[in-house]
Unconditional design. Structure first.
Length: 423
C-alpha cells in the first residue's frame, strides 16, 4: 500500500475538518489545496502548498485523488470532468452537483473506469452508501425512508420541545450556526430531495431525476400542527420516502406525521437517519450525525481510506434507464387535516359530508374548543382520515375551502409508518 496523495479543492468547514483527519493518517497526505481565499488560511494550511489556480492540482501527476468540497455547480462540474478525463479518483460531498449532473458524471466515470466516492453527499457521518453497495443491495429493496436534513429536523424538534413558532427557532438556529443565513434549500426540502434522488438511484440502478420528485418544505408547518401531532402521539418530520409497490416507483419529500412505532420517531435535533427495508433481511436503521465539520469530513476520509486499502466499490452506471416515477397524487395514506373554521354548530357535519361524498372515511376528530355562542374567533377542526388517495383528498379540501365556514387554507399531512402504503 502506498501513501495516497490528495488534491483538495475547497478549504471551508468540511475541508478544514478533513485537514485535521489526514494530518494524523497513515494512509494519505494532502499534496495541494486550491481555495479562493487560501491566503487568509495560511495558519491552517501550514506547509501545504496552496493556490487559487486549479492547475496546481490538475497538472500535478503525483496526485491520486481529487477531493471536491467547494459546493455550487459550475466549478465542481469542471473538476469532476477533469478527474474523469485524467482517470483520477473523485471524492465529493456535493449532492447538488450529483443530483443535477450525476447521470452524465457516473456514466462517464463507469466508461472510463474511474471511481467516484460520494458517501459525504448523503448523510454526513452515516455510512449509508457503502452499506447499500456492499451489503444491503443484493436483494430487492421495497422501502427507503429517511430524515436527510439536519437543519429541518432541528427546527421541528425545537418547535415541539420549546412550544415555539417556526420563525423563532429558525432565528435561534441561525445564531447557533445550525442553519444557513439563507436556509431556503434546507427548509423548502430541496436538499433532502437531492439526497433522496441519489439514494433511490443507487438502490434501483435507475436514474431518478430530482426535478420530478414531489417536494414540499416545512415553511407552512405551524406550531398548532406540531402540538396536535404531539397530542395524537405523532411527531412531524421532513420525510424523504421511496417505495416500490405494484411495479411502480413512488417517491416524495414532505412533512409527515411519524407514529411512535417507527424507528424514525426518536430521531431528533440535527441527527439524520435512514430506514431501509430489504425483501429478505427486513428493516435496517442507519442513524447518526448528518452534518458538521468532522462528521462530514470523516465520511470523505473513509472514502479515501477505502480507496487506499482497495476496498472501494464503484457504482456501475453505464447509461442507466431513467426511472418512471408514479404520480404521488395516486398514493394512498392516512391523513391529518387541520381546518380553521368558524365556531358555530353544524360545521363538522358539513366538512364530513364533503369528505364522505368523495369516499373519504373519517377515523378520528379533534376540536379545539366547544361551541360558544356569538364567538367570532375561528377554531381548529382536526380530522384524521382512514386510507385515501392524495388526489381525492386534495379535491375534497378544495371544495371545503370554498365554504363560508372555512376561514383559512386547509393543512394536510400524510401519516406514514415504515409499512408500505396500500395502492
Amino acid at each position: 500500500m502506498h501513501m495516497v496523495k490528495i488534491g483538495l479543492f475547497g478549504l471551508g468547514t468540511v475541508g478544514q475538518g478533513l485537514l485535521q483527519l489526514v494530518k494524523k493518517s497513515p494512509y494519505a497526505e494532502i499534496k495541494a489545496v486550491v481555495d479562493r481565499s487560501y491566503q487568509k488560511k495560511k495558519d491552517i494550511l501550514q506547509d501545504i502548498p496552496a493556490s487559487d489556480d486549479p492547475s496546481m492540482i490538475l497538472e500535478n501527476p503525483e496526485i491520486d485523488i481529487y477531493v471536491e468540497l467547494i459546493g455550487g455547480i459550475d466549478f465542481p462540474l469542471f473538476i469532476a470532468r477533469e478527474a474523469i478525463d485524467r482517470k483520477k479518483t473523485l471524492i465529493t460531498a456535493n449532492k447538488a452537483l450529483l443530483a443535477e449532473h450525476g447521470y452524465a458524471i457516473f456514466s462517464r466515470a463507469s466508461l472510463n473506469e474511474v471511481h467516484i466516492g460520494f458517501e459525504a453527499a448523503i448523510a454526513g457521518a452515516i455510512p449509508i452508501v457503502r452499506n447499500l453497495m456492499s451489503v444491503i443491495n443484493y436483494q430487492p429493496i421495497s422501502r427507503l425512508q429517511g430524515i436527510l436534513n439536519g437543519t429541518t429536523n432541528y427546527l421541528l424538534t425545537k418547535m415541539a420541545k420549546r412550544k415555539a413558532p417556526y420563525h423563532e427557532v429558525l432565528k435561534e438556529a441561525q445564531e447557533l450556526g445550525l442553519a444557513e443565513a439563507d436556509p431556503t434549500l434546507d427548509v423548502n426540502g430541496m436538499d433532502a430531495c437531492h439526497k433522496l434522488a441519489l439514494l433511490a438511484s443507487l438502490i434501483t440502478n435507475k436514474w431518478f431525476e430530482y426535478e420530478r420528485i414531489e417536494t414540499v418544505g416545512i415553511e407552512q408547518i405551524s406550531l398548532s400542527d406540531i402540538l396536535w401531532a404531539e397530542k395524537m402521539g405523532y411527531k412531524i418530520k421532513l420525510l424523504a420516502d421511496y417505495h416500490y409497490n405494484d411495479k411502480k416507483h413512488f417517491i416524495s419529500v414532505e412533512p409527515t406525521m411519524i407514529p411512535s412505532s417507527s424507528p424514525l420517531y426518536a430521531i431528533d435535533n440535527e441527527d439524520n437517519a435512514i430506514l431501509v427495508k430489504g425483501e429478505f433481511s427486513g428493516e435496517h436503521l442507519f442513524a447518526g450525525k448528518g452534518a458538521g465539520s468532522l462528521p462530514t469530513a470523516y465520511s470523505v476520509y473513509a472514502d479515501i481510506v477505502n480507496y487506499a486499502l482497495g476496498r472501494h466499490s464503484s457504482w456501475d452506471m453505464k447509461h442507466p434507464e431513467y426511472a418512471a416515477i408514479a404520480p404521488e397524487s395516486g398514493a394512498d395514506y392516512e391523513f391529518y387535516i387541520r381546518l380553521q373554521v368558524q365556531n358555530r354548530p353544524g360545521v363538522l357535519a358539513k366538512a364530513a359530508q364533503s369528505l364522505g361524498s368523495r369516499g373519504i372515511s373519517i377515523a378520528a376528530v379533534h376540536q379545539e374548543a366547544i361551541y360558544e355562542e356569538n364567538s367570532q374567533d375561528p377554531v381548529d377542526l382536526v380530522i384524521v382520515t382512514h386510507h385515501c388517495r392524495k388526489e381525492v383528498l386534495t379535491k375534497a379540501l378544495a371544495e371545503i375551502e370554498k365554504q363560508d365556514y372555512c376561514t383559512n387554507a386547509a393543512v394536510k399531512i400524510p401519516i406514514k409508518g415504515s409499512d408500505t402504503p396500500k395502492k
